[in-house]
Ligand binder design. Structure first.
Ligand code: AHG
Ligand code: MN
Ligand code: MN
Length: 338
């Protein structure tokens, strides 16, 4: 239940937990909140306005851009640029990192990485989509333009991460490393209100989420794990339910609330997995760990991977700790032959 605290109030309240906080991170989170409201407004009327469908271009990864991908990217970028709070932005929809070069932004100490619209192919059919963001302290000297090294940091260096889910209601969920908190948007007052304080994911779950259409080319360990999920063992709650929306944010959010695992392994089309380490996996890994869950590439903690390129992809297994560990155990027990 909402206790009437808004996101803005909550951010100010939490700032006192960081004795040396300068307020810059708080103000950055406020800009994200504003961009989320603007994107939410457009998404809500997507069927009315001429904003559904393809934009006519492709992003650097060769994926068709939807009009709302481009719109959300511009709005989040503009919100960051307007207040000189970050020295640069990396986005799934940008080929290269965007370095802000005003005098004020050169003095900013954070960079942000984002997937402005996640699950965008679901927009045209009125299914939930999201935004994912991840914030790091720069490693290059303050006063200079940001460099690529500021963006290629392992996830364990994240200062904050979060997502917005534009669903049956719109929510913003974030962590700064002190638990995970969720806020539901009340459109009648235009505010995100605290609805889910200190979110935790159950250690075990009964939901598995995977695109089984790709089954034939899954690693052997994943095929075995899927069969394990489907086995009839009522005393262990199996078979599990299969739930797959095709928007990572939505699948993740449901599993976090109910307990479950989301899997995107290597496939024929995506030999390294489809999801992007920097824009999708790291922020979700930070959130899930803060909620008591786990995120792995099958063998290694996601947040310990040292990125080598901006748009890098990784296999991704995230959710209830025991389910992720079971998946890792199957991958270890049944390695692929080649
Ligand atoms: P995006 O819309 O940002 O490109 O992300 C889509 C991602 C993710 O949201 C989802 O989990 C996954 O792609 C679905 O992929 P498949 O259609 O291959 O299952
Ligand atoms: Mn995405
Ligand atoms: Mn996207």
């Amino acid at each position: 239940m909402s206790d009437m605290r808004t996101l803005g109030e909550f951010i100010v309240e939490k700032q006192h937990e960081y004795p040396n906080a300068s307020g810059e991170l708080s103000s950055l989170l406020s800009s994200i909140r504003l961009a989320a409201k603007i994107v939410n407004r457009e998404i809500n009327k997507a069927g009315l306005a001429d904003i559904t469908g393809a934009f006519g271009g492709e992003n650097v990864q060769g994926e068709e851009q939807q009009k709302l991908d481009v719109y959300a990217n511009e709005k989040f970028k503009a919100a960051m640029a307007a207040r000189d709070q970050v020295c640069g932005v990396a986005s799934e929809e940008e080929d290269e990192a965007v370095i802000f070069d005003s005098e004020l932004s050169r003095n900013a100490k954070y960079v942000i990485l984002m997937d402005p619209l996640d699950g965008s192919s679901n927009i045209d059919v009125n299914v939930s989509v999201g935004t994912i963001f991840s914030i790091y302290r720069r490693v290059s000297p303050i006063g200079q333009p940001a460099t690529i090294d500021d963006f290629l940091q392992p996830g364990n260096q994240q200062v904050a991460a979060g997502y917005i889910i534009y669903g049956s209601s719109t929510m913003l969920v974030y962590t700064t490393g002190n638990g995970v908190h969720g806020f539901t948007y009340d459109p009648s007052i235009g505010a995100f209100c605290l609805s889910h304080e200190s979110m935790t994911i159950p250690e075990d779950g009964k939901i598995y989420s995977i695109n089984e259409g790709n089954y034939i080319r899954f690693p052997l360990g994943i095929k075995k794990y899927i069969k394990y999920c489907q086995e009839n063992v009522p005393e262990e709650g199996r078979p599990y339910s299969s739930r797959y929306i095709g928007s990572l944010v939505s699948d993740f959010h449901r599993n976090m609330l109910k307990g479950g695992i989301f899997l995107y392994p290597s496939t024929a089309a995506y030999p390294s997995g489809k999801l992007r380490l920097l824009y999708e996996c790291n922020p979700m890994a930070f959130i899930i760990e803060q909620a008591g869950g786990k995120a792995s590439n099958g063998h290694q903690r996601i947040m310990d991977i040292k990125p080598t390129e901006l748009h890098q992809r990784v296999p991704f297994f995230v959710g209830s700790t025991n389910m992720v560990e079971k998946t890792e155990a199957f991958l270890a027990e049944f390695p692929d032959e080649d």
